[in-house]
Design a protein around this ligand. Structure first.
Ligand code: TYM
Length: 334
């Protein structure tokens, strides 16, 4: 059984969908935060595979991406001895809890979710799961009574909904859940697409040139950065509104090097976009080279299975207890 440092009293939970190989956006916006927090918080980190099936997936690819994401978490620095890494669908209590929450969530609340509006507008034949997805996310979070949910800015609205659902449930049925907070860092909370820098860099983006994936060939990563959309002003200056492309590249540098915006602007004061892009490419390639090396070492290892098998027992017992409490508080017992 995993032993946590007794001094650690606060906990976090977060997850990523295995709907494709994860991007530099996921790495900077989510994974780096998890790594930073792992010594201070008891951390539940999961693979949100049941969220991935809210849109069509190829079963074989999905299966591969699930294992790949576990290996990537570890390759990116998430220490399996300090974090509880698990696969969502292996723990049936998430879906069970989700149903009880679903009966306590309003249609109107779900209709206001901007991610749903955006995704459903692209395909009229969307699944019911795409609509109810934020409730499953609330279940993931509330099952573990965590304090914080580290996410990128795009998921903030979903965490707010989880908070509202938890407060309402507590009021109606008595204290049942801890009400958690979203934990969002200032920089790198939204890494944008390299071709269309006003849009989020997304795993599901159709244009591969705008998206850097952690398992991309290193040469192609360099090429994508060198081809990133910028502007005609020729100044390396942070101005997300008027210079979204350059600002995105600066954000990437800030997140990966720890330098400030000012330091980067000053260092490239008299240089052109080509020189700056070369620098950004070298920073990104070096970071990803290390991740890929560690990934290759672990992807076929039995250790991955051991980690997942051990952790699913822990998370099932916690979520089961929460499910039973919820049922009891709602009068669902004989
Ligand atoms: P997902 O898989 O879309 O993204 C995973 C995490 O990566 C962040 N992120 C980004 N951050 C910065 N720039 C970007 N371009 C970028 N793209 C993605 C997201 O904000 C997120 O933190 N619904 C969630 C998964 C989930 C979850 C949860 C998260 C399911 N249950 C419970 C937290 C708690 C999602 O689709 O993330």
């Amino acid at each position: 059984m995993k032993e946590f440092n007794q001094k650690i009293t606060k906990s976090i939970l977060t997850g990523i969908q295995p709907s494709g190989i994860i991007t530099l956006g996921n790495y900077i916006g989510a994974i780096k935060q998890m790594v930073r927090m792992q010594d201070e918080f008891k951390s539940y980190i999961f693979i949100a595979d049941m969220h991935a099936i809210t849109v069509p997936q190829d079963p074989e690819k999905l299966h591969k991406n699930i294992r790949s994401l576990v290996a990537l978490y570890i390759a990116c620095g998430i220490d399996p001895d300090k974090n509880i890494i698990f696969v969502q669908s292996e723990n049936e209590y998430h879906a069970n809890i989700s149903w009880l929450l679903e009966c306590n969530t309003y249609f109107g609340e779900l209709s206001r979710m901007t991610q749903f509006k955006d995704k459903s507008s692209k395909n009229a034949n969307f699944s019911a799961g795409l609509f109810t997805y934020p409730i499953l996310m609330a279940a993931d979070i509330l099952a573990y009574d965590v304090d914080y949910v580290p996410v990128g800015i795009d998921q903030k609205q979903h965490v707010e909904l989880a908070r509202n659902i938890a407060s309402r449930f507590n009021k109606k049925y008595g204290p049942t859940f801890k009400v958690p907070e979203a934990y969002i860092t200032d920089f790198g909370t939204k890494i944008t697409d390299l071709v269309n820098p006003t849009k989020k860099m997304s795993k599901s983006s159709a244009n591969q040139k705008g998206v850097i994936r952690l398992l991309d060939d290193l040469k192609s990563i360099e090429k994508k950065i060198m081809g990133a959309t910028t502007d005609s002003d020729c100044q390396i200056k942070y101005d997300p509104l008027n210079k979204p492309g350059i600002s995105n590249l600066i954000n990437i540098c800030v997140a990966l090097t720890g330098k400030t915006i000012n330091e980067i602007e000053n260092a490239f004061k008299n240089q052109n976009y080509g020189e700056f892009k070369k620098y950004v490419a070298s920073v990104v390639v070096e970071e990803i080279r290390g991740i890929q090396k560690r990934y290759e070492e672990i992807i076929n290892s039995e250790k991955l299975d051991q980690i997942l098998n051990e952790n699913i027992k822990i998370t099932r017992s916690i979520a089961k207890e929460k499910f039973i409490t919820m049922k009891h508080n709602m009068g669902l017992y004989k």
